[in-house]
Design a protein around this ligand. Structure first.
Ligand code: ADP
Ligand code: MG
Length: 682
């Protein structure tokens, strides 16, 4: 049998049944696993100036042994081993307690590194362990530290890795193709792995990491993109050949000129629609960047070809708003549109479902109601979900399944850094609106303590006098909607009393009947209400451009992304807008978040901060986010490498000779050649 890197670790010397079991526990099965069990950190054993070391500090000192080790016993079972070490020009004493067997590791005249506790006054190092006893190897400066467990020690892992190298170093595949190795100046994988375990210098460590990370990212991207390519190759998606002139005309009727970014994403989406592939695209754009209009254009194009579309949104308020704004944009004779939510009356619902099945409806807007049983389209060709992060994976899939060959567009305002989006949703194409419509003035955000709330009321009044409107988001009580309602009601009453007759105040919360919510929203839009007191039901998507003031109670209880969403309800027109955070944070983290909010309105920056403060898991909600766990690559820190790997993977799989060329053999094997077979790569 030929040797390969994927052989079991049991082929190595010193690996018996017990050890094998212990290795398995660490997730190490093959030689490959073992060699990529990289150190979790390195003990730096570079020389340190003795004067800089604090008393009782733990350090590693390296020097030459200048006296033979002497073991002296005191008491029946106690002993002390001591010797002297010369470091630069200073001589220090080293003592080990109760480890007399170390004696033969200490050879006069040889260099040795000892990790221990430093007694600065007496110039004595109380040894904890001897490091870098490989005094013959070239890596004197770092000692690799591995994650280990009770059954298997650090030193054993190191020993096995050394063995693995001895027997398998000629079998380490160079997966990254030579042309990329040159382009990115990567050392060979063989050298990289070696240097990961036994680095000789800081620079070597760096080069090793670069290579290993790039390979890891490249393999991941190759696998992802092949899955996507397969999806595209399987089943012919619809080719929606809408009439380009009609679409142009429609775009001209829009109330404003599209931004450059909007034009770009419209092109990306339309090109997907026209091609006979399954569109699977994420449209990302900060709050207020104008995603709705992009969706409208896609809906128009689909209608123009004669297929039906569905637009799914997370809340009824948002569904109604979309219904309203799309009805304004579309000519009712051209685009027949309907709204279906949980509170659609039975009679209306029946009619809508009938029309839908007969093909008498073009666009259906709605909430989860869209994915219920009994909702069937006659020819569903396009599915759009707005605020897609609010839906579970299953809900999105259910909607997609309603149309077999439907093109799918996900819209989100959760501003994930671009590369992160591409990675997180690796099997999707990503379009980004990275520009706000002209004339937007950045929202001014301030943070006040609750006891100063009176001042905020005055401030709101000042704004109202100028003819604009305000939202007041109520304190948040976790897990108790009824308490939220009580709070909202309290504040509503307080504000009503305060503004008494001068301005009209409305109340909105989740427990209200849908029809009542609707009419409150309607009144707010029509300006018969000037202040809207609300629970967080308005968090997503609501669009009332005349509202310029947003007050958020208990702001410190929200994550940055959510605050940014809430704040995004204002600043949607060309008037100066304000956000007031009312909070008395008890934690450092809370204060930090309030401060950041007052400093930036850049959603991308905020999401990066959110990542920093809460980690990717939280940003995406749960484990299903699909964020991969890389061995050493970090999608945030190593973002440049990830992006490069994505582009190169894309180039590679689109290369005509990818399946044939010798140069890609190792790469093809690493990603499982079989999976590629049967794919039409051209
Ligand atoms: P979001 O991306 O948060 O869903 P919307 O689609 O609700 O944003 O758009 C926010 C506001 O910006 C709306 O009032 C919309 O009419 C307006 N808008 C969108 N695109 C443009 C544009 N190109 N120029 C001016 N205003 C625009
Ligand atoms: Mg929106």
């Amino acid at each position: 049998m030929t040797k390969t890197i994927y052989d079991s670790v049991s082929t190595l010397p010193y690996v018996g049944e017990k050890r094998l079991e212990a290795l398995h526990q660490l997730g190490i099965h093959t030689i490959f696993d073992l060699l990529s069990h990289y150190p979790t950190r390195y003990e730096d054993i570079q020389e340190k100036d003795l004067l800089e070391i604090g008393d009782q500090e733990k350090v590693t000192l390296k020097g030459n042994v200048v006296s033979e080790a002497v073991v002296s016993r005191f008491g029946p079972k106690k002993n002390r081993l001591s010797f002297r070490l010369i470091i630069d020009h200073a001589v220090i004493s080293v003592t080990f307690f109760n480890q007399p067997y170390l004696k033969n590791k200490i050879v006069t005249g040889e260099e040795i590194a000892v990790f221990g506790k430093w007694d600065a006054k007496r110039k004595i190092l109380t040894g904890i362990k001897i490091l870098g006893s490989r005094s013959d190897s070239e890596n004197g400066d770092f000692e690799s530290v591995y994650s280990a467990n009770k059954a298997i020690k650090q030193s054993t892992i190191l020993k096995l890795i050394t063995e693995a190298f001895k027997y398998y170093e000629d079998y380490i595949p160079e997966v990254v193709p030579p042309e990329l190795r040159i382009k990115y100046r990567l050392i060979s994988h063989h050298d990289a792995i070696y240097a990961m375990h036994f680095p000789a210098s800081e620079e070597q460590k760096k080069q090793a990491r670069r290579e290993v990370i790039f390979e890891e990212f490249l393999l991941y991207q190759m696998r992802m993109q092949i899955v996507r390519k397969k999806q595209k190759a399987m089943g012919k998606g619809n080719s929606l050949k809408y009439n380009v002139t009609d679409l142009r005309k429609f775009i001209e009727t829009l109330p404003f000129e599209l931004t450059k970014a909007q034009k770009r994403v419209v092109n990306e989406i339309c090109s997907d629609l026209r091609q006979p592939i399954h569109m699977h695209r994420l449209l990302q754009g900060d709050v207020g960047s104008g995603k709705t209009i992009v969706a409208a254009i896609a809906l128009y194009a689909a209608t123009n070809v004669g297929v039906q579309s569905a637009l799914m949104v997370p809340t009824e308020i948002l569904a109604e708003q979309h219904m309203e704004s799309l009805s304004e944009l579309f000519d009712p004779l051209e685009v027949r549109i309907a709204l279906l939510t949980g509170s659609t009356k039975t009679k209306d619902r029946r009619l809508i479902l009938e029309q839908l099945a007969n093909g008498e409806l073009d666009v259906l807007i709605g909430t989860h109601a869209l994915i219920q049983e009994g909702v069937s389209f006659s020819r569903l060709g396009l599915v759009i979900t707005d605020e897609q992060h609010r839906f579970g994976v299953n809900q999105r899939k259910l909607l997609r399944d309603k149309g077999k060959d439907a093109d799918v567009l996900f819209m989100t305002a959760t501003p994930i850094p671009r590369t992160l989006a591409i990675t997180a949703y690796g099997e999707m194409d990503v379009s980004i609106i990275d520009e706000m419509p002209a004339g937007r003035i950045p929202i001014q955000t301030s943070w006040i303590k609750p006891q100063n709330f009176e001042r905020t009321l005055e401030f709101i009044e000042f704004q109202l006098r100028k003819g604009s409107q305000a939202y007041v988001i109520c304190p948040l009580i976790e897990e108790s909607e009824s308490m939220d309602v009580k709070n909202a009601t309290d504040i509503y009453e307080k504000l009503t009393a305060y503004y008494g007759g001068r301005f009209q105040v409305g109340l909105l919360h989740g427990k209200m009947k849908s029809r009542d919510k609707e009419s409150v929203m309607e009144n707010f839009k029509e300006k018969s209400l000037q202040v809207l007191v609300s629970t967080t039901v308005i968090e997503v998507g609501v669009n009332v451009p005349n509202a310029t003031t947003m007050v958020i109670y208990d702001a410190d209880r929200f994550g940055l992304s959510q605050l940014h969403q809430l704040r995004g309800r204002v600043g949607r027109g060309d008037k100066e807008s304000y956000c007031v955070l009312v909070a008395n944070p008890k934690t450092e983290n809370g204060m930090e978040r309030m401060k950041i909010m007052t400093e930036t309105t850049d959603g991308f920056l905020l999401s990066e901060k959110d990542l920093e403060l809460r980690g990717p898991g939280d940003l995406f909600g749960n484990k299903q986010s699909g964020l991969p766990n890389f061995k050493i690559g970090n999608i945030v820190d190593d973002f440049g490498a990830l992006e490069a790997a994505r582009q190169e993977a894309n180039n590679l799989i689109n290369q005509k000779d990818f399946l044939l060329n010798e140069l890609y053999q190792a790469l093809r094997e690493a990603i499982g050649f079989n999976e590629l077979e049967g794919l039409d790569f051209n």
